[in-house]
Design a protein around this ligand. Structure first.
Ligand SMILES: Cc1cc2nc3c(=O)[nH]c(=O)nc-3n(C[C@H](O)[C@H](O)[C@H](O)COP(=O)(O)OP(=O)(O)OC[C@H]3O[C@@H](n4cnc5c(N)ncnc54)[C@H](O)[C@@H]3O)c2cc1C
Length: 398
């Protein structure tokens, strides 16, 4: 068992670290760099993306033939975490959600034609994308089996009717991945589709205001009223929708963890800096045992999250679906991010609650971590199922 990164991946990690320090972190201190989505406006992102591409730090998760770095997933873990020292970092090197998950899905499940049409411009950073699965009550949320949006086959096309919501980045996205019902079979009732924004028969019903900062394009409710999708834009085959979601959501949950670990470490960095200089009652805050215990506890939780994330990444690289490992990482890291932001705000006093630091941005973003891509309770349910099936082998090595 060897936890060292290869010299090549370690060098890459350090290059990402230096790039973020020099070109991305300084952008956070200018309020003009936060749009009404509380994210970096596209015209301000473009120059830093150009620098990232020139530095060879671009789309670590995507195939080389389309312009990415095609790293193994253990190297994603190191690179994403470094990139997410800044809240703009993952966008700067084109590994932010939801695009990174969509690129990864297309790379694994797309036909050559689908990859050329949908994947290439995404990797090149020319378009944004969205993944549309969740529906308002009584449709599918935690339980995809409740999906109501239907795609009915007519000749060589599918006609889609229904409603989705909380679709990240939908406003302004060019490429959409849609999961819809094509039959009532329990395991093979869903199908994945690709469509382009200019195809008629769908509209954004509203942008849903949320408590946290947003990806560009916000979180939208979408209405489908006769969207026509040609059969060649089915992902895999009709009835493979659950497989499509598994291919997308497993790694996407883990890349959330990789970014969240970067943000959690940043919270600790801001906390350390303040308690190291701030004095109260005759000593530095850093010298107070209570402060040390708080920060030590977060450091320990972050490391647990890193180990779970790296283990799941390694399993994915071995060809496993790593379902339980990803669930464990997601539960742990979502909680840790929240705890890291909360503790950092607390030890920073009023400053922590202000917008003078990035802590409040991260704190609001952190609250979504326990909900998105499967609520923590659902991941715990999955673990409990595995434990019932596998008994004591649940904890096997390898
Ligand atoms: C910021 C944000 C971005 C999102 N982006 C996207 C996106 O791009 N595309 C997309 O398709 N969806 C997106 N979603 C939706 C997200 O994936 C769903 O919110 C999530 O899957 C939970 O579904 P739900 O909201 O319908 O919760 P529900 O299914 O209504 O569940 C509500 C709560 O019930 C509890 N619960 C559910 N099942 C169980 C159980 N078995 N045992 C115990 N408790 C349980 C959990 O606490 C859960 O939070 C986004 C959501 C947010 C908040």
């Amino acid at each position: 068992m060897d936890f060292t990164l290869s010299p090549e991946h370690e060098d890459l990690r350090l290059r990402v670290r230096a790039f973020i320090e020099e070109h991305v972190l300084p952008l956070e201190s200018d309020p003009e760099n936060f749009s009404d989505y509380e994210n970096i406006p596209p015209e301000r992102l473009a120059p830093v993306r150009a620098k990232a591409r020139k530095a060879g730090l671009w789309a670590p998760q995507s195939p080389r033939e389309f312009g990415g770095m095609q790293l193994p997933i253990i190297a994603w873990a190191a690179v994403y975490e470094e990139a997410a020292r800044s809240v703009f970092g993952p966008l700067a090197i084109n590994c932010m959600a939801p695009d990174d998950g969509n690129m990864n899905l297309l790379a694994r499940a797309g036909t050559p034609a689908q990859k050329e049409w949908f994947l290439r411009p995404l990797v090149e950073g020319k378009v944004r994308s969205a993944f549309a699965m969740t529906e308002p009550h009584p449709g599918s949320g935690s339980d995809p089996g409740m999906m109501l949006t239907r795609a009915e086959k007519k000749g060589d096309r599918y006609i889609v009717r229904g409603r989705k919501w909380f679709i990240t980045g939908a406003d302004g996205a060019a490429h959409f991945i849609l999961i819809a019902r094509t039959s009532d079979e329990p395991r093979r009732g869903l199908t994945g589709f690709l469509y382009h924004k200019d195809q008629p028969g769908w509209r954004i019903a509203r942008r849903i205001p949320i408590m946290g900062p947003e990806e560009h394009g916000g979180h939208c409710e979408i209405e489908y009223d006769g969207l026509e999708i040609p059969a060649e834009n089915v992902l895999l085959n009709e009835g493979d929708g659950l497989r499509v979601t598994q291919i997308r959501l497993g790694p996407a949950r883990l890349t959330h963890c990789m970014r969240w670990l970067g943000w959690a470490k940043r919270c600790m960095e801001i906390a350390q800096e303040y308690v190291g200089r701030r004095e109260a009652f005759g000593s530095k805050l850093a010298e107070r045992e209570n402060v040390q215990v708080k920060l030590g506890e977060v450091a320990h939780q972050i490391q647990i999250g890193r180990l779970l994330t790296m283990h799941a990444a390694w399993k994915l690289d071995q060809g496993s679906r790593a379902r339980k490992e990803i669930s464990m990482a997601k539960i742990q890291v979502a909680d840790t991010l929240h705890q890291a932001a909360d503790v950092a705000i607390q030890v920073n006093g009023a400053r922590g609650y202000s917008k003078d630091t990035i802590l409040e941005w991260i704190y609001r973003a952190a609250r979504a971590a326990r909900l998105v891509d499967g609520a923590s309770e659902v991941h715990k349910m999955v673990l409990s199922r595995f434990m019932r099936e596998e008994g004591r082998d649940f904890w096997r090595w390898g």
